[in-house]
Each structure stands twice: as C-alpha cells, then as structure tokens.
Design a protein around this ligand. Structure first.
Ligand code: F6P
Length: 340
C-alpha cells in the first residue's frame, strides 16, 4: 500500500507521534508513506514529502507537526475535489490518513463518500470530537493550564487580586472544566452554560472574605446570559469559524468594577497548544497511529480510530463528525460544588 498522511486544523501536541507510529507500523508491513504538507493544502497543491524511517526519528516527544498544518477547506476552492483526486492518482496513493478535528475529518468523510479510502485520526486540544472518549493534545493542554492556575494562586493571593484565566475552547469547555477542577478555580465558565455575572461577582467576594484571592477560569467561547461582553475579532477561517479572544480581559474589567478589587486577565492562548506532549498524549497518539494502519490493512474506509474506555476502535467518521461533544450539565455540576 501507498498511504498518504496529513495534519489539518489547529496543531496540537502528539501529531508527530501519530506520524511516527503510522510510518513505523506501515514500513514494518512493507507499505510506503507519503506526507502532504499543510493539511488539505498539500493535497490540493501536490505538495508532498517522503516519509521513511529516518524522517520520523526523534519525533515522539516533539510538539507541533513536521508536516505543517492549515485550515484549508478544499471544498471551498473551485475544482478542489478534482484537484485532490488528481494528486492522489499522480502519487498512486491507495489510502489517506487525515489527522484532524471536526473540519479536517469533515472533509475526510466527504472524500470517503466519493470513493477514496480514508481512515481518520482525531486530534484537538478542545476534546470536543464526538465518537471518541478523548483526543490527544487535550491532556497536555489541561496540564499547561493547570500549572498556570497553580502559579496564579500564589501571586493572586499575595496581591489580593482577582485573576481571570482565559483558556482555549471555542464551542466546548472541556479544558476550562478539567483545568479549573485540577487547579481549584473559584469559578469555571464554559460556552455550554451562559453565565450570570452577578453570581461570578458573589463567588469572587466570598473568596476574598475567606482570606484568599479568586481565580476565574473562562473558556474563550463563554458568554454571559445577559448582555454582551465582546469578544471576536470578526475574522473567520475557511470553515466559517470566527477568531475568538477577549472574554478574559472584558470579564476582568467587569469584576474589578463590581468587586472593588483589582482584577487582571491572563490569556493562555497558544501556549496550551505548543511544546512536548504529556505521556498520556504520546501513548494515545501512538495507539491511534498504529490502529489507523491496522484499519487500512483490514480493508476499512470511512472510519476514524477512537478511544472507547481503554480500547482503540474504528467508528464511522460521518457519525463522529455529525455533532460536537459538549460538556454535559452533570459534569459542570461537579465543578460547581467548589465555586466561591
Ligand atoms: O480548535 C482548536 C483551537 O485551539 C480552539 O480552541 C481555538 O479557538 C482555535 O483552535 C484557535 O485557532 P487558531 O490557532 O487558528 O487561531
């Protein structure tokens, strides 16, 4: 087999571990692997890189993706589907392994529908892909955010200030939920649950009364139930997503005014996506890569490898990309016990 591999959408720790696992497993079986640069752009523009054993040496702990990535949507490009099929034929690609989130795998599902053999690998630090219990990258991002919260507790308490920590999470609040719970946040705000500003103010005041300073963890996509607190640049990507940012700063200003205490915002941003993957993410990414090659060898297509419990299993891509996996209310209720 000649297997094509690409990484699309936002990068995340563990992408290189998938590439390494696919190449190691495929090479051992006598298969060849071709990398496409910058996600679907590489397939559209015929931009490839040969991936042999030497090319993947040392990749396991390395963050980012050596293939590069982009948010290119080939179906938004005139003649995009035909250009992709032509590239795949030119390189005699028998099957594709796209590694990505909802958008990249949405394209994969369409390609599979057009008869291209595809086995997807789910990735996103947001952990919002349905069909898999976890995506790799999430554990690393939560670890980074938790460490930041730990550090912010000590400086916040010293200055008697509120610190608002903005974490990533466009539609789903998984990073805020887990990092907030792990870091002992005073309040956690997620996109799934529009928040009441009065309640956030009350929790912060209660925290000050008990002799400590509040830490408010807010997902970039969180919104107040009433009114509007900003927060997008107005720019959109090729899949129509707006670029977010600003809720942390806006909320800190409101809290300063309403509590009468100084408030500062810390925006963690891409720090959560960079750097070496955690042990959990290295193992999950490696198992996903191995399972993708196994699925191809078993003749499967139109599937995505997924973690279910402790097993890695194939699930239909179309099912996994039909809806996002959001934080359920009962999970939010667990962290609410610790507010204030
Ligand atoms: O989907 C992953 C993610 O990190 C989101 O949490 C965030 O909104 C988005 O990507 C940021 O994308 P970019 O790096 O393109 O600004």
């Amino acid at each position: 087999m000649r297997i094509g591999i690409l990484t699309g959408g936002g990068d995340c720790p563990g992408l290189n571990a998938v590439i390494r696992a696919v190449v190691r497993k495929a090479t051992a079986a006598g298969d060849e692997v071709v990398g496409f640069r910058d996600g679907w752009r590489g397939v559209l523009d015929d931009d490839t890189v040969a991936l042999d054993l030497a090319a993947v040496r040392g990749l396991l702990p390395r963050g980012g993706t050596v293939l590069g990535t982009s948010r290119t949507n080939p179906y938004a490009v005139e003649g995009g589907a035909g250009r992709m099929v032509a590239t795949l034929e030119r390189h005699r690609i028998d099957a594709l392994v796209p590694v990505g989130g909802e958008d990249t795998l949405g394209v994969a599902a369409k390609l599979a529908g057009e008869g291209i053999r595809v086995v997807g690998v789910p990735k996103t630090i947001d952990n919002d892909l349905d069909g898999t219990d976890y995506t790799f990258g999430f554990d690393t991002a939560v670890g980074v955010a938790m460490e930041a919260i730990d550090r912010l507790h000590t400086t916040g308490d010293s200055h008697h200030r509120t610190l608002v920590v903005e974490v990533m999470g466009r539609h789903a609040g998984w990073i805020a939920l887990h990092a907030g719970m792990a870091g002992g946040a005073t309040v956690v705000l997620v996109p799934e649950r529009p928040f009441d500003v009065d309640a956030v103010v009350a929790h912060c005041l209660h925290r000050f009364e008990s002799g400590y300073s509040p830490i408010v963890v807010v997902s970039e996509g969180a919104r107040p139930a009433d009114g509007d607190l900003v927060t997008s640049t107005g720019q959109t990507d090729a899949f129509g997503h707006v670029r977010l940012g600003g809720i942390g700063v806006a909320l800190a200003a409101v809290l300063e005014e309403r509590t009468g205490r100084e408030s500062r915002a810390v925006v963690l941003g891409h720090v959560q996506r960079g750097g070496t993957p955690s042990a959990f993410d290295r193992v999950l990414a490696t198992r996903f890569g191995l399972a993708a090659v196994d699925a191809l060898a078993a003749g499967l297509s139109g599937v995505m490898v997924a973690l279910r419990g402790t097993d890695v299993v194939p699930v239909p891509i179309a099912e996994a990309t039909a809806r996002l996996k959001l934080v359920p209310l009962e999970r939010y209720a667990e962290v609410e016990v610790f507010f204030g």
